[in-house]
Structure formats: C-alpha cells, structure tokens
Design a protein. Structure first.
Length: 329
C-alpha cells in the first residue's frame, strides 16, 4: 500500500511519520510530500531515507491513501485532485469538516459511517477529538442537554512559529510573534480568529463538530478557548448537563471501559490529568470527575490529551487503519 504524507516536514506531518513508524499499517511505499521549497529534502523513516516530492509529483504517483496536514487552502485545492485519481484523502485541516458531503470521523466513535466511496475524509479539530472521546459514551447513556467548555490549549496547536515565540520569551530573545501579545506567563482568550458573533473559529469548531460526529444536534454547546504557555497538550474543563441523572461510580466505569480513554482521578494522591503527562501518548485522560452541585443532572470533567497525537496525527492514522481493516481502500 502506497501512503503519501502531505505536509511531511511540518509539525503534525512529522508526528504522523512517527505514529506510522509505531503502528502496523501495511505500507509498501511511503511518499513524503511538501511544498516546492522542501522538495528534494531527505526524510528518515524506519531507518531509510526518502526524498520529499511536490504535490504535483505525488498526485501522479497515485497513492492509495494520502494523509493531509498542509493547511486548509492546500487541502481545498489538492484533496480533490488526489481523490480524482482514486486516492483516499484523510485531511487534518478544517477545510472539509463541516461539508455535508464529507464524513467527520473519530474511529472509536463513528468509524462505521465510512464507506469505500468516501474519498475525502475529515479529521476533527484537536480539541473536539478529546472532548467527544470522553462525552460520546456518556451521551449514549445519559443523553446530553448542554455542554460548557473552557479550553487551556498549548502553543503547539498554533504551530512552529508559536512554539518558537514561547521559547524566545523564556530565553529573553526578541523574535517573530505568532500572537498579538506575549504568551509566556500569560493566558490569551484568543484561539484562531474572531468571528462576527464574538466567538473565535476554534470555539465554533467545538460548538459544531461534536454534533456532526455524534449525528445529533439535540444538545447545545458553548465554548471559550484559551491559549496558555505549555509546549504541548490541550486541557479542557467541561461542564455537561444530562437529561437523565447519573451515578458517579457508573460514570467512572463507563469512561474506564471506553477504548482510548484513561481515568486519572485519585485526589488523595494528587492524581489528575496534566498535559505534561499526556505528552507523546495517544490516550485521552479524564479526571476531576464530580457532580455539579449547583444544577441537577450535571457533571464536571477535566479532559487532557496530546493535541499533536490523538488530536491530530494519531486520529488521522487510525482512520487509515480502520479503512484497511475493513477493506475500504
């Protein structure tokens, strides 16, 4: 099986290659793809060197699957060109997520919606993935009514430029700014661009994407997304009101039994999810599980995951694995 990684030299693309090395997709040929200025560079994969090619060349090579992480504009232009040749594209940008003709997939939750005819498949936003991993099994049991989310997102979610800004600030170096303000020792309630309704794009992704993934718009969502000076890993404080009451012991058991979710909730020993511990892991960690005593049928959760792994690269690769395992490519 030929697999192309589009955006192979970028932050998420690099992690995609790492995840592919760790997992067991039956890859016979790897095609690293990047912009023209990166073409000709060498990338190491499983001990072998591979030459980076351009998008034009990659389309001609007709890969079976193309994992895209090269930005929305690139995806809008090039994903259809790959799909036209028979390649199945799994796209990590926001370009296709809310397109009603495209599937938005977290394999553990709704992989069964995929068919062999799906040639462009959307990978959800990083914050959405970890959110629905925890909420989907609880929604099935208790039926969500309203979800309030506050995120604490790492600079790696913005990209290399933002990581460099934080590194520069910590080293006392003046450099290029990814944000309109300093990020070190600060918190910016400003993830992505502001929209006319006063929300950011990131916040509206959290409002819309869970409903599409769960195929259910019966619950409401509101979100505030905040950028904090952590190098990796997103955290979320989630308050969810259910239509039906719940038992906390049962809630913990449901989450414990959910593949890809790990409960870390031992307050006596100061055990709770933290981004520093989620680093380089594929699981979603849930803790601080407690009843909201101000409102009936309402639960508080603290959800943490590595945004570059399960939030991006790993979920993309897992979609490819699902397609292979179910003979859809």
């Amino acid at each position: 099986m030929k697999i192309a990684v589009v955006g192979a030299t970028g932050m998420v693309g690099t992690v995609m290659l790492q995840v592919l090395e760790e997992r067991n997709l039956p890859i016979t040929e790897l095609i690293p793809v990047a912009s023209a200025r990166s073409a000709g560079k060498k990338l190491s994969y499983k001990g072998n060197d591979y030459t980076v090619v351009t998008l034009e060349d990659a389309v001609k090579m007709k890969p079976d699957v193309a994992l895209f992480s090269a930005g929305g504009d690139t995806s809008l232009e090039w994903a259809p060109k790959f799909a036209k040749t028979g390649t199945t594209v799994i796209d990590n940008s926001s370009a296709w997520r809310m397109d009603p003709t495209k599937k938005l997939v977290v394999p553990e939750i709704n992989g069964d919606v995929l068919t062999a005819d799906d040639k462009i498949i959307a990978n959800p936003n990083c914050s959405t993935i970890q959110l629905v991993m925890a909420l989907a099994p609880l929604h099935s049991k208790y039926n969500m009514k309203r979800v309030v989310i506050s995120t604490y997102q790492s600079v790696s979610g913005t990209g290399v430029k933002a990581v460099q800004q934080l590194d520069n600030e910590e080293a006392g170096i003046e450099g290029e700014m990814a944000y309109p303000h300093k990020i070190g020792r600060n918190a910016l309630p400003h993830c992505d661009v502001f929209l006319e309704n006063g929300y950011t794009k990131e916040e509206m992704k959290l409002v819309k994407e869970p409903k599409k993934i769960l195929s259910d718009d019966s619950f409401s969502v509101t979100a505030t997304a905040v950028r904090i000076p952590t190098a990796g890993g997103h955290s979320e404080a989630v308050n969810v009101q259910f239509k039906n009451d719940f038992d906390l012991t049962e809630v913990r058991q449901i989450l414990n039994d959910t593949p890809g979710v790990i409960v870390e909730d031992d307050l006596a020993n100061n055990v709770y999810p933290m981004p520093v511990n989620a680093h380089n892991k594929d699981e979603v960690f849930v803790g601080r599980i407690r009843r909201d005593e101000s409102q009936e049928n309402t639960l508080n959760l603290w959800i943490v995951a590595d945004n570059l792994r399960k939030g991006a690269a790993t979920n993309t690769v897992q979609i490819a694995e699902y397609l292979v395992e179910n003979n859809l490519v």
